[in-house]
Design a protein around this ligand. Structure first.
Ligand code: GUN
Length: 286
């Protein structure tokens, strides 16, 4: 079994991006990400720290706007509209989840698709349906999973791919991206009957649910490639994914660990999206 080492792959991506950003600086373009954070959810704070660190590594500018948990939908939309008009800002990221009183779809819809570096707006999500050529500003977590498979030269075409989880930000777009690459795709979710009957057929098994040990070794085909996108914090404080790594690694050909797999790839893809957005906004060729 080999590891899909997201930490290593993401470092290479960030290093290349830093060179790109440096060239842009010489041409007086300074890619900049605006981040909106509501409340102090520990998981969100941890994600934001990782994103800020990646900005520091690549030379991307960072500006953060913090709001209390009682913020209204309208207040957030007002800030987003201001950032849409601000020529120094190339990417706008609203850290999710938002508090219950905020209507998330309206907040996402307010983001100019040109600056939607999370790839969450209907425009960017919809475009992805066309083909790989239209996957720019695609959601970062599924994009990161695909990039990891591509880095390790794992064939996708014609393979049985099973995605467990059908969220708008991971499962659904990841299924679309696998289909764009000619996999035969099954999307499983909370209402799927007999999950193991599906996962056992998978050449490529991607799991994004948020449930420790959801995927055990008896649910994995010999030699499968397993991408664990789950992030769970155990009572001990330790992070783990959705896959029983210790036992699944004995059966799989590749497994991505948690931490150190899909997480760092998500952050690297976010940085890539900021650079793509900045280049497009400034009509910068390179
Ligand atoms: N919350 C959990 N994952 C994400 C993500 O990829 N982007 C944003 N904005 N919020 C998240």
């Amino acid at each position: 079994m080999a590891i899909l080492d997201g930490r290593k792959v993401s470092k290479e991506i960030l290093l290349n991006l830093a060179k790109d950003v440096n060239r842009m600086h010489l041409d007086h373009i300074s890619p900049k990400l605006a981040v909106i954070l509501v409340g102090k959810d520990p998981a969100s704070l941890s994600y934001i720290r990782q994103k800020q660190k990646a900005c520091d590594t690549t030379g991307i500018e960072w500006e953060q706007f913090d709001y209390e948990t009682d913020v209204s939908t309208e207040d957030l939309i007002e800030k987003i509209e201001e950032l849409n008009e601000d020529n120094t800002i190339h990417g706008i990221l609203v850290q999710l989840p938002l508090p219950k009183q905020v209507f998330e779809p309206d907040v996402i819809r307010a983001i100019d698709p040109k600056k939607d570096v999370d790839g969450f707006t209907a425009y960017n999500i919809g475009k992805m349906f066309l083909s790989t050529d239209f996957e720019d500003l695609a959601p970062c977590t599924p994009r990161g999973a695909i990039k990891m498979l591509e880095y390790y030269d794992i064939d996708i075409k014609g393979k049985e791919a099973v995605v467990v989880g059908h969220s708008n930000i991971v499962g659904k777009p990841l299924s679309t991206m696998l289909l764009n690459r000619d996999a035969t795709v099954t999307t499983c979710h909370i209402h799927t009957k007999d999950l193991a009957s599906h996962t056992l057929r998978a050449d490529i098994l991607c799991v994004a649910v948020g449930k420790p040990n959801l995927i055990t070794a008896d649910m994995v085909k010999d030699g499968a490639v397993v991408v664990d996108i789950g992030v769970n914090r155990l009572e001990s404080g330790k992070l783990c994914g959705d896959v029983d790594f210790e036992n699944v690694e004995k059966k799989a050909s590749y497994v991505s660990p948690v931490p150190g797999g899909a997480g760092p790839m998500t952050v690297a893809c976010l940085m890539e999206n900021v650079v793509i957005a900045a280049k497009r906004i400034h009509k910068y060729k390179s």
